[in-house]
Design a protein around this ligand. Structure first.
Ligand code: NOJ
Ligand code: NOJ
Length: 545
């Protein structure tokens, strides 16, 4: 056993400051956004356990889980079909209903609620799933749908609408009629995440085509669509707009995250098209966004907040969606401490919020139990279907999003050889996964001399192969499965999922066969496959000792 503090310059003067956003050491510019509380921070000795031979982790028992494992493959096939059914013109749910080619209908529901529209956000997120599928399978009919979407992007971008015209704000329009006309009713507009999400999808399509042999020159028609969306993200990221839930006007984490990701990818692709001036511009704007993103961290609350200066608690599943759709190695990846602390706070709230979650918090092995997750604590939108109370419910896509984030964390931990580092920020999340629970000796350090204080100071560290590290990997994986098991429980026998499930009864609520529900569950299952692969690699590595 070695005290981490002995590795450090002065006794716990700095402890180990883990970059909450990335996992590298934090620089002073980043630290400027941390407020210093007036009390002393708690830091304990860090024990690096090693020496003993590595403990091999096992995946949760497959035999016991046979039912769940077979559901996973059925549900991913069913989710993909569910997505295809909602894409025009010939999808099973939309055929013969005047839906343009490449239009992604949010749900076949036409009243209570009417979701028979093309939302830019839902469309871009869904098409991303098709691009991934095409990248893997090369399936020509999937490619045809993506190409139809691409054509549709072109006409959508040029359609004048209540948010404006092409080049004059029009790209911020959140939804369109399925036949391509603008939607002219009152709405929460503009929503500034749409162009960024669409650019991410189109760039990933361009990269996929390149990998399959297309020359960069042959892809200029895609860049011509990507660039206006990048321009929009680069010019409007500091302007308020409506959030992804279409309710709050302001500046939002999810929106900023996907804008950041779009500009990062955009910077690279604009260079490939010899658009150097644009590359420089996107680079500068991405840097601005990166700094801006740090302002969503609330040191006092100990989690990220979704909307700046909002009266709400700030907790929101959108924060995790931001990490999934916008996270990168350098800014808030799924496994970053700030995202994990936020996930922990969100789940803790949801655990006591909905009656269907009312059960023990821990199972017979003292491991935390998964629960149904809604959008955010204050949500009162019950889905718009008849006979539903005006209170929020858990959502399929939010529940799947927690699973997805946790599998992302597991993948990262399993691939990493730096062990497990627990900070003040993440102790509440990690400690229940370790048995016996490590004793965190209170050890008060005065950081006032350095002028720096951060909750992200490490308090415990465990080496790879230690019982603690390996327990965390396998128990968090099991915990993540719990969230997908909740999805399984509330989906119907055909694998259909609406938007929500009732907070009291668990029955499906809101728009039926919601495209985004299918996409989110499909994506979580894909992330699970990656986590399993990473765990298997780790086992193979340890077996060599
Ligand atoms: C309402 C959701 O809040 C929003 O995010 C989504 O785009 C639309 N429904 C369509 O699914
Ligand atoms: C000038 C560049 O040439 C252009 O491509 C770039 O994106 C803009 N500046 C910023 O709008």
């Amino acid at each position: 056993m070695r005290l981490l503090s002995t590795l450090l310059p002065a006794t716990c003067a700095l402890a180990l400051v883990v970059n909450p956003t990335a996992g590298h050491s934090i620089d002073s510019a980043d630290l400027s956004s941390f407020r210093r509380p007036s009390f002393f921070s708690r830091v304990s000795s860090v024990s690096w356990l090693r020496k003993q031979s590595p403990i091999l982790i096992s995946l949760p028992d497959h035999a016991q889980n046979a039912d769940f494992i077979s559901w996973l493959s059925l549900q991913s096939a069913r989710s993909f079909e569910g997505i295809l059914a909602n894409i025009g013109p010939n999808g099973a749910n939309v055929a013969g209903q005047n839906v343009n080619a490449g239009v992604v209908v949010a749900s076949p529901s036409r009243d209570h609620p009417n979701y028979f529209y093309h939302w830019v956000r839902d469309g871009a997120i869904t098409m991303r799933a098709l691009v991934d599928e095409y990248g893997k399978s090369g399936n020509a009919s999937v490619k045809a749908l993506i190409d139809a979407y691409v054509d549709n992007v072109r006409s959508t971008q040029w359609t004048s609408n209540p948010s404006g015209q092409f080049g004059r704000g029009g790209l911020g329009e959140p939804k369109f009629e399925v036949d391509g006309r603008p939607f002219v009713g009152t709405w929460g507009r503009p929503q500034r995440d749409g162009p960024a999400l669409r650019a991410i999808t189109l760039i990933s399509y361009a990269r996929t085509l390149q990998r399959r042999g297309a020359s960069i020159d042959s892809l200029r028609y895609l860049y011509d669509l990507i660039k206006p969306d990048l321009e929009y993200a680069s010019k409007f990221w500091a302007s308020p707009g409506f959030d992804l839930w279409e309710e709050q006007q302001g500046l939002h984490f999810f929106t900023a995250m996907v804008q950041y990701k779009a500009l990062l990818l955009g910077q690279e692709i604009s260079l490939d098209f010899d658009d150097d001036g644009a590359a420089r511009w996107y680079h500068i704007q991405a840097n601005g966004l990166k700094q801006f993103l740090l302002s969503f961290w609330d040191e006092e609350r100990g989690y990220l907040i979704e909307t700046l200066a909002s009266p709400r608690s700030g907790l929101d599943a959108a924060l995790l969606l931001g990490a999934i759709h916008g996270g990168s190695e350098t800014v808030f990846p799924m496994h970053s401490d700030m995202i994990i602390a936020t996930l922990q706070a969100l789940v803790a709230d949801m655990r006591v919020r909905y009656p269907i979650n009312d059960q023990d918090s821990y199972d017979s092995n003292s491991l935390p139990i998964a629960v149904g997750i809604g959008r955010y604590p204050e949500d009162v939108y019950s889905g718009g279907d008849l006979g539903n109370s005006e209170l929020g419910n858990p959502w399929f896509l939010c529940t799947a999003t927690v699973a997805h984030t946790l599998y992302g964390l597991v993948e990262q931990l399993a691939l990493s050889n730096s062990g497990l580092i627990i900070s003040n920020l993440t102790a509440e999340f990690y400690l229940p996964f370790i048995s016996p629970t490590p004793v965190v000796e209170p050890h008060y350090c005065d950081f006032s001399a350095t002028g720096i204080w951060s909750r992200s100071a490490a308090i415990l560290g465990f080496t790879p192969g230690s019982r603690e590290t390996e327990q965390v990997i396998s128990n968090v994986f099991h915990y993540a499965d719990g969230f997908l098991k909740i999805v399984k429980k509330h989906a119907d026998a055909e694998g259909n999922m609406s938007e929500q499930f009732d907070r009291q009864t668990g029955f499906m609520r809101g728009a039926r066969q919601l495209t985004w529900s299918f996409e989110s569950v499909l994506a979580a299952i894909k992330m699970r496959e990656r986590a399993v692969e990473a765990i298997e690699k780790r086992r193979a590595y340890f077996e060599r000792f």
